[in-house]
Ligand binder design. Structure first.
Ligand code: ACO
Length: 327
């Protein structure tokens, strides 16, 4: 098996910011409540005409700029998203066209907030087995388009954005272990569930009334903490790396209190967790890769460091990887 590593990272966050104070004008909430319960100060909102594929393309081009590869060299493209431009064609194919990655095969992966690690782990197998030489892995979502802006339980939590990485063979380090786990028994805890199946043959269905995210926040919180703590623990064991040798943990950014509880439960100092939830809120699959990108940019992660990536999302889906940083 070929050793595979992340060789470049990129990100794109729409410039428009929405602060907690802006939200106070829309729903019955307060900056104090949102900060205390979630750690979020502001989030980014994509422009009306901006599509998920536009966000994905910008993140992908940023990752390619940071790599030694050109779009024409890319052999596979995976996009993790739950807010595709349309049911099909896939966002991955739209990205392929936009960047001119003519050699690549491309498809989307749906695993909500865990999508980036599900996509990265999938891409890694193709490279490890020699089927492709490299892959572009992208996470992009416009969660703010599927949120009910009258529901204070959900609208304060999410934002839009995208992140990307280039995966390729590495001589040293790379992705040391993978762990993916799903629990469809808890699928009802969060999702975009239409009341009725939308069909043109049912005149009682108002096609203009789009379904929004419904979420049981408290139950998800209770599942997320043991789910993430266990995932990082198992991934570390699979990599043969004791948890105390992990320099930095980059978690999914859903709630600062979830991260604090995961740190406590896993027995890892919270100071080791990279947190940027205050700036972006929960950007779904893109959260972990945008945070990883910023952890590297700010020097929190350096060559040779052992890094834990851990995510949790609706499905339920959880994942963790241990990575030895290659550059
Ligand atoms: N502003 C003010 N008050 C609020 C708000 C708000 N935005 N939202 C809820 N409240 C109120 C509630 O109505 C409730 O009031 P009550 O006691 O009078 O009934 C009170 O605050 C407490 O509500 P809880 O739901 O108990 O608050 P909690 O501390 O659990 O925090 C939260 C809610 C932030 C949603 C938390 O449960 C959480 O983060 N859960 C995980 C959610 C998550 O991670 N979702 C993403 C999953 S990943 C993916 O795949 C997308």
């Amino acid at each position: 098996m070929v050793k595979v590593g992340i060789v470049a990272l990129g990100k794109y966050l729409p410039p428009k910011k929405m602060t907690n104070f802006d939200l106070e004008k829309i729903v019955d909430t307060s900056d104090e409540w949102i900060m205390a319960r979630t750690g979020i100060k502001e989030r980014r909102i994509s422009a009306l005409e901006e599509k998920t594929s536009d966000i994905a393309v910008k993140a992908a081009l940023d990752a390619l700029r940071n790599s030694s590869l050109k779009a024409e060299d890319i052999e596979a493209i995976f996009v993790a998203t739950v807010t595709p431009d349309s049911n099909f064609p896939s966002v991955a194919c739209l990205v392929q066209k936009a960047i001119g990655a003519k050699k690549a095969f491309a498809y989307d992966i749906s695993a909500a907030c865990s999508g980036f690690l599900y996509a990265m782990t999938t891409a890694k197998q193709f490279i490890a087995t020699g089927m492709v030489k490299n892959a572009l892995v992208i996470a992009a979502d416009r969660f703010t388009t599927i949120i009910d802006w009258k529901d204070r339980n959900t609208c304060v939590l999410f934002g839009d954005g995208g992140g990307a990485c280039v995966l390729a063979p590495v001589k040293e380090g790379g992705i040391l272990s993978d762990y993916l786990i799903s629990d469809g028994e808890c699928a009802s805890l969060m999702g975009v569930v239409p009341d009725k199946v939308r069909t043109p043959f049912d005149p009682s269905v108002d096609a203009a009334k789009l379904p929004y995210v419904v979420m049981n926040g408290q139950e998800l919180f209770k599942k997320a903490v043991p789910g993430m703590a266990e995932a990082v623990d198992i991934a570390a064991e699979k990599a043969g790396i004791p948890l105390d040798q992990i320099k930095c943990v980059v978690p999914h950014q859903a709630n600062d209190r979830i991260i604090a509880s995961v740190a406590k439960r896993a027995g890892i100092d919270k100071e080791k967790f990279f947190i940027n939830i205050d700036k972006y809120g929960n950007i779904s699959a893109a959260s972990v890769v945008v945070a990883l990108c910023e952890a590297v940019e700010t020097g929190r992660i350096k060559k040779g460091d052992r890094v834990g990536l851990v995510v949790f999302g609706a499905g339920l889906v959880a994942a963790a990887n241990i990575v030895e940083w290659s550059y």
